[in-house]
Design a protein around this ligand. Structure first.
Ligand code: BGC
Length: 725
């Protein structure tokens, strides 16, 4: 079908048929469905008719080739104009083969592998009938109390933007229309969902437009620049107006300023939620506000199908607005080839062969190992040595709860536990659980203590169950559950080296863990190959290289704590700082326990000789910054070299550091490499008081180092013509 034929199709549609294209329903509503679909929101009785269902435009949460084919077939038999359904689902970090959660992937800083993981996820999803994935989620996050931080790649706008693009490219490929292995991507949650107050899901978001544009918007924009087909609205308010009914945000910014002409979908139930938010009196007003704001598809509520007809007839909404929304949906169906082949890539036989394919599992293992972050390694207790007698204890010692809270059709039974992985090594080990995630018995604990007392080294596999992270799973206490802390303390009393491996979805408060652990490996929810990947690291088959993409606070009282903060007028530690009247805490440092960009290796890297090609930059020239990085240890290893900038004096206050680039290098023991970064004027631009985006002449500091705190620095000056504000 061509665009002209879509126009023609539109002209044949009745008003009711057009309106029904805008509704998205979960699988159980459709004939031919034999499953529940994934229910990710409230599923109240919806007052919709069979007529609405047979004219509906899209389905969510259904996958599996047989199921999709059956629903589509029945639908086409009954739909008057034979308009196929679009099948959308949450393929967040894998379909059947589950990769690490996005926060973990963020810690890999490996864009190629991230893209490869999304390609594999798309291949598996496409053959299982999925057309659109509700990913990537690119909400910038600073508050680990929020359960959904594990869906994001972290706290930095630049790193998030890089990953947003890698994921979009991976899902969609370069040729969505002709590549049967690709699925359309839907970037979410527009906008600033990651800034919900107090880390409580669905809560208020309120910030200056400058902050929004500087920190929160870049990753959504980056996803769209990479060609992302769809956008999903956020549940929260932005500047006092729920995003889903926010005309400024959707029409003015997204559609007009950014030129987005793809499909905009509400989050689950978010159109009707304009009522409890307090900006719509009833469903009719909610429908009106959402459509005027530019929302094309209403997910899982009935405001559009119940009220748009009346709104159009009374003239409150122009028919053209409805037509535009319908056309956008039809255009996506056309782009995906559904008018020619409504089943697209869904194929029962191929599905068996492709989902969980060994190549995908290999990628999962590789990226999981790169996503783990070595936080501590006193006396080089890691890697484990062959001759050591090991005790593998803790609730995650033999757990397959490694996929995280959003693992689609990923099956925990197919996840490799740490114990299973240990069984494939030649090492000798004893194992016992010790306690559950939240509770335990004395007997359990004694059994594990007994095992641990016979070992040379203890590996304590601790963490949060996946149900403690994800949507609506927020915590005010972000420590490990008490029973696990007690267990660890008892292990520590044995006076043996303890290696703590953490499985969890958020940066934790590690009080009670850090002091009792000689080594800490943050494994996050590492996915289907989690046990193998962690074992690869523990036994030294792979050298850790992950670096945190979100800071670990000293305790929850510091939250939000992030590296790209402002200096304040009374910074602590300044040469002329007062003793008392400085910005600090009486009972904790200002710095996080582990900062953004931090992560250790089994080898050591030294940074020396930071040189600049010139100290003067203008709009035409560049500065080449180079630094020598040497592997001073005994193992080959990979290092992520990070490059930050600070604008010393701006028109508005600039962050203490901003990540501008990074490079991954690989060095043998004793080897050195000269790593170069190029500085250009456009990297120095920011939003001024009037929100214009430009740079200012003056002094800048640049930093290169192994994390956001351990850096070497130099200054340079920007001297472009007419550059002073
Ligand atoms: C979540 C979205 C998700 C949608 C559909 C919502 O509750 O916020 O991230 O894509 O459900 O499952």
């Amino acid at each position: 079908m061509t665009t002209a034929s879509i126009q023609q199709l539109l002209s044949k549609m009745t008003l009711q048929e057009k309106i029904a294209q805008l509704i998205q329903l979960a699988g159980p509503f459709f004939k031919g469905s034999n499953q529940q679909g994934e229910i990710t929101g409230p599923m109240a009785e919806m007052p919709i008719t069979d007529e609405h269902v047979l004219n509906a435009g899209s389905v969510l949460g259904v996958s599996g080739a047989a199921e999709v084919i059956s629903i589509q077939k029945k639908h086409l038999e009954e739909n008057r104009l034979g308009i196929p359904l679009l099948f959308m689902a949450d393929i967040i970090h894998g379909y059947k083969t589950i990769f690490p959660v996005p926060l973990a992937i963020g810690c890999s800083w490996d864009l190629e592998l991230a893209q490869k993981s999304a390609e594999a996820a798309a291949r598996e999803a496409a053959v299982s009938g999925v057309h659109v994935t509700f990913a990537p989620m690119v909400d910038l996050v600073r508050d680990p109390r929020w359960g959904r931080v594990m869906e994001s790649t972290g706290e930095d706008p630049y790193l998030n933007s890089c990953f947003a693009q890698a994921f979009v490219k991976g899902f969609q490929s370069t040729d969505l229309s002709n590549n049967p292995d690709a699925v359309a991507a839907c970037v979410k949650h527009f906008a600033a969902y990651g800034a919900v107050e107090a880390g409580r899901d669905y809560n208020t978001v309120d910030m200056s437009e400058r902050q929004l544009r500087e920190s929160y918007l870049p990753a959504y924009k980056a996803a769209l620049d990479a060609g992302c087909e769809m956008v999903m609205t956020a549940f929260n308010t932005v500047d006092g107006i729920p995003a889903t009914g926010n005309k400024e945000l959707m029409r003015s910014l997204l559609r007009e300023e950014w030129g987005f002409d793809g499909v905009l979908i509400s989050d689950w139930g978010a159109v009707k939620e304009l009522i409890p938010h307090g900006v719509a009196e009833d469903e009719k007003e909610a429908a009106k506000k959402a459509l005027l704001a530019g929302v094309d598809i209403e997910m899982m509520t009935e405001c559009y199908v119940q009220h748009l007809e009346e709104l159009i007839e009374e003239g409150s909404i122009k028919l053209e607005l409805l037509d535009e929304a319908v056309l956008r949906i039809l255009a996506l169906k056309e782009k995906l080839g559904l008018f020619d082949n409504p089943y697209r890539s869904a194929d029962v036989e191929k599905e068996k062969e492709i989902t969980g394919h060994p190549d995908h599992r290999r990628t999962a293992r590789e990226i999981a190992a790169k996503s783990c972050v070595l936080l501590k390694n006193e006396n080089q207790v890691l890697p484990l040595k062959k001759e050591q007698q090991l005790a593998l204890v803790g609730p995650f010692a033999d757990s397959q709860d490694l996929l995280g809270p959003w693992a689609g059709v990923g099956d925990q039974k197919e996840a490799v536990s740490l114990k299973e992985a240990f069984e494939h090594t030649s090492s000798s080990f004893l194992t016992a659980k010790g306690c559950g995630i939240q509770d335990g018995t004395l007997e359990q604990m004694n059994e594990a203590i007994n095992a641990a007392s016979q070992a040379d080294v203890i590996i304590a596999a601790l963490g949060e169950s996946s149900s403690m992270s994800g949507e609506a799973n927020n915590r005010t206490n972000i420590q490990l559950p008490k029973v696990q802390l007690e267990f660890l303390k008892k292990l520590a009393a044995l006076n043996k080296p303890i290696i703590t491996v953490l499985f969890n979805g958020r940066p934790l408060d590690l009080s009670g863990v850090a002091e009792f652990s000689d080594a800490i490996l943050e494994a996050w929810y590492p996915g289907s190959e989690g046990g193998n990947a962690v074992a690869d690291l523990l036994f030294g088959h792979v050298n850790p290289s992950g670096k945190l993409s979100m800071s670990f606070p000293v305790n929850v009282g510091q939250v939000p704590v992030y590296y790209n903060h402002f200096n304040t007028g009374r910074p602590k530690g300044a040469p002329d700082a007062q003793e008392h009247y400085v910005s600090d805490y009486m009972d904790a440092p200002n710095s996080p326990l582990f900062p953004f960009g931090y992560g250790l290796s089994y080898t050591a890297f030294s940074y020396q000789n930071l040189e600049l090609s010139t100290e003067i930059l203008d709009e035409k020239s560049v500065i080449e910054a180079s630094i020598t990085v040497t592997n001073t240890g005994k193992e080959a290893g990979e290092e992520i070299v990070q490059f930050y900038i600070r604008d010393i004096s701006g028109e508005t206050v600039r962050p203490m550091k901003e990540l501008k680039d990074f490079k991954r290098i690989s060095l043998s023991p004793g080897e050195s490499a000269e790593v170069q970064f190029t500085i250009t004027e456009d990297q120095l631009r920011y939003h001024h008081q009037d929100l214009s985006f430009s740079s200012d002449n003056g002094a800048f500091e640049l930093f290169i180092g192994k994390n956001s705190q351990e850096v070497l620095s130099r200054t340079f000056t920007l001297t472009k013509k007419g550059g002073q504000y």
